[in-house]
Design a protein. Structure first.
Length: 78
């Protein structure tokens, strides 16, 4: 999380982004609720790289977000 936060802060320092915390077991649901509460226009995510076993047994939260949100999503790859 620290690496992602550092990367985002460096990339968007000029536009002064706002950061917040989300407490929800379902990441996509939590992000959608947060976006609705704050009136966000879009979401920026940094997908993590996964091992082959993680790809086989776990669902990608980034892909889940892309398919289950009403907002544009910008994915920044490392």
């Amino acid at each position: 999380m620290v690496d992602e936060s550092f990367t985002v802060r460096n990339l968007f320092d000029d536009i002064k982004p706002v950061y917040g915390s989300i407490e929800n077991e379902n990441v996509t649901e939590g992000l959608n609720e947060y976006a609705d509460e704050k009136g966000l226009d879009w979401i920026v995510v940094i997908p993590k790289k996964h091992t082959l076993l993680q790809k086989i047994f776990n669902r990608s939260q980034s892909k889940d977000l892309l398919y289950h949100t009403h907002l544009p999503v910008l994915c920044l790859h490392q």
